[in-house]
Design a protein around this ligand. Structure first.
Ligand code: FAD
Length: 583
């Protein structure tokens, strides 16, 4: 800022006092911190709202578990409306295309992120006072975007951590928060670019940029921070991330460190900047610290060893452990002798023993895909069956606490391929709940699409036991297996909506196993629609599988919400819980 009044490039260069006098009534530089602070309040209020919803849902769950659930039409309709604004997914073809750029998922998170984007855009651009006259200071739009961007950085880091405060407050696990990590990060990039571009535009009104650049080190630190930030965004786009996951992960961490480091220097001691940067480091550091402590507690005292066996392209890993976990949760596995630098998430197929203080058997089914999983399958194919492999467990992560499906009288479970590792433990837990009379569920139907009969063999004895256990205590478990066949894998066979392919269902039959067998793909939409019209009370649905399966289930459950609103459904409520093996 100039301290003497003179002319430059045809513009009057004001004195410091003139600049202060001019800015006093026009968004003074120092008062722009309010844009960061209100952004902080916006995010804090959103988290507070979801924390309250979490507390409300938990209270509702326990009241249903204790007293069963009374339904009255208004309550059902309010729930249906809330679910209708959360569950729907884009049609398969559109979602498949959009997924190259944005892991689009269900409507709810997208609405929330859109509101965030709208908030940031309006707050930044709605006031038409965007630039100042030459030499009268930074452009207001550049300052607004700067503070909005900086205030969001702590949230981006927390949302990307496995153990984090937002998960604890809202009950939403790290894998479901990934979409917010990516979405909020996009707003940070957008605002940072607006900040950089408008600052340059303002400076060009005054003098050539090379001269401005030479005046202050703040420019190069700004560019040095913006470079890694742009890489963080581009490198995280699904078409890059999904193809080169390991490379993406390493570069993501390096770029994050560079970004925070340069940004710290860029804004050091300027108004609120230190507070945001310190909060970022403290919250992120806390998350990493909590994760390391939990890993030490979990692994140091009980060193874990896995026995692995191969079944077609599936590896079964069995790990005795004192650890406890909720059904449907996942752990990250790091095999010390097989690609030790990598750790990968897998859903735990088994559930812990009902007895306390006993050793649990953690069973994990791993599909050989590419890198780590392919190498693991090769090792499993050649290693002697009794060999035990040291493994580090990081977790469990996911929806902790009691299985929410226990509060629904009828439960429908849909799985495509290895997605059964998510729904089978939910089923086992429900049969245990029926036995313990802990919950209201009495009727479960599992619909599972597999490529071949062989896949089922790996799970058969456990599933038969669950079915028999339920029957013994007066419950009903129906297991329908759809064999899709074909040379492609089941993920591909199912990865389109059911209407895209003619069902090859050759009718259902019950052979020697207590399963109902069918060929072709299950018509998920019809099954759900039919349950909405025939079941009474509360229906819970859980789904895990490829995009086509998730889309069909989510949109069919959404259609039932419409029926509930119109008074055309026989069930009082239909709840959906879904899991996708990726983010
Ligand atoms: C919550 C969750 C639960 C899962 N449960 C199971 C399961 O029970 N059984 C099963 O077979 N598979 C499961 N998966 C998928 C499994 O993690 C990937 O197939 C595996 O990591 C692939 O690694 P790769 O090196 O063999 O293949 P790559 O070719 O390196 O990766 C294939 C795909 O897997 C994803 N991926 C790779 N590494 C990771 C990682 N460290 N974290 C997150 N995603 C990654 C990438 O998006 C990539 O597109 C689960 C994934 C998630 C996110």
């Amino acid at each position: 800022m100039s301290h003497g009044s003179h002319e430059m490039n045809g513009h009057h260069v004001p004195t410091y006092l003139e600049v202060m006098a001019y800015q006093a009534t026009r968004e003074p530089w120092s008062e722009n911190i309010k844009y960061g602070r209100y952004t902080l309040y916006f995010c804090a209020a959103t988290i507070a709202l979801f924390s309250l919803l979490y507390a409300f849902n938990t209270a509702l769950f326990w009241s249903r578990m204790r007293r069963g659930s009374a339904s009255f039409p208004l309550k059902s309709k309010i729930f249906a409306l809330a679910r209708l604004s959360t569950y729907p997914r884009l049609p398969y073809g559109v979602a498949h295309a959009v997924n190259y750029l944005w892991a689009v998922g269900p409507l709810g998170p997208n609405i929330l992120l859109f509101l965030g984007l709208l908030y940031a855009s309006l707050y930044c651009w709605a006031n038409p006072y965007l630039f100042r006259p030459p030499f009268y200071g930074s452009p207001p739009v550049g300052l607004r975007s700067e503070w909005i961007s900086v205030a969001l950085i702590p949230f981006v880091f927390v949302l990307g951590s496995k153990r984090n405060v937002i998960s604890w407050l809202t009950g939403v696990s790290h894998d479901k928060l990934q979409v917010f990590h990516q979405g909020v990060a996009f707003i940070v990039v957008y605002m940072a670019v607006v900040h950089g571009v408008t600052e340059i535009a303002q400076s060009l009104m005054e003098r050539p940029f090379s001269e401005t650049y030479a005046l202050s080190g703040i420019w190069w630190t700004g560019f040095a921070a913006l470079g890694p930030l742009l890489w963080l965004w581009i490198g995280s786009l699904p078409f890059v991330r999904k193809r080169l996951y390991e490379g993406f992960y390493v570069l993501h961490i390096i770029a994050s460190i560079l970004f925070v480091g340069f940004l710290y220097v860029h804004g050091f001691d300027i108004l609120d900047t230190n507070a945001y940067m310190n909060a970022t480091l403290a919250l992120f550091g806390f998350g990493i610290g909590a994760r390391i402590v939990m890993m030490i507690v979990t692994n140091a005292f009980f060193s874990h060893k896995a026995q692995i066996s191969i079944h077609g392209d599936l590896v079964r890993a069995t790990i005795p452990t004192k650890m406890n976990w909720a059904p449907g949760t996942h752990v990250f596995l790091r095999f010390l002798h097989i690609r030790p630098l990598e750790s990968h998430p897998f859903t735990i197929l088994s559930i812990p023993s009902a007895e306390k203080n006993t050793t649990n058997e953690m069973v994990i089914i791993i599909q050989a895909v590419n890198g780590f999983t392919r190498v693991l399958a090769e090792v499993a194919a050649t290693a002697p069956p009794e060999r035990k492999f040291p493994v580090i467990l990081d977790g469990p992560y996911g929806h902790g606490g009691k299985n929410t499906l226990r509060a629904y009288e009828t439960v429908l479970l849909f799985a495509g391929g290895t997605g059964v590792t998510f729904v089978a433990p939910l089923l086992e837990d429900l049969t245990r709940a029926m036995h313990d009379k802990d919950g209201v569920c009495t009727n479960v139907e599992l619909v599972w699409a597999v490529k071949t009969h062989d896949t089922v063999k790996l799970f058969e004895s456990e599933l038969v036991k669950m079915k028999n256990d339920a029957t013994l205590v007066g419950g009903t478990v129906t297991i329908r297996v759809f064999v899709t066949g074909g040379s492609g894998d089941v993920e591909k066979a199912l990865d389109s909506p059911s209407s895209d392919k003619m069902s090859t269902d050759g009718g259902e039959s019950s052979d020697s196993t207590p399963f109902i067998w069918a060929t072709g793909r299950p018509d998920i939409r019809s099954i759900i629609a039919e349950k909405g019209k025939t079941c009474t009370g509360h229906v819970g649905v859980a789904v895990c599988g490829p995009l086509g399966v998730m889309t069909d289930a989510a949109n069919a459950v959404s259609a039932v919400q419409m029926d509930i609103l119109r008074g055309g459904a026989s069930c009082a409520e239909m709840y959906l819980r879904s899991e996708s093996f990726g983010w």
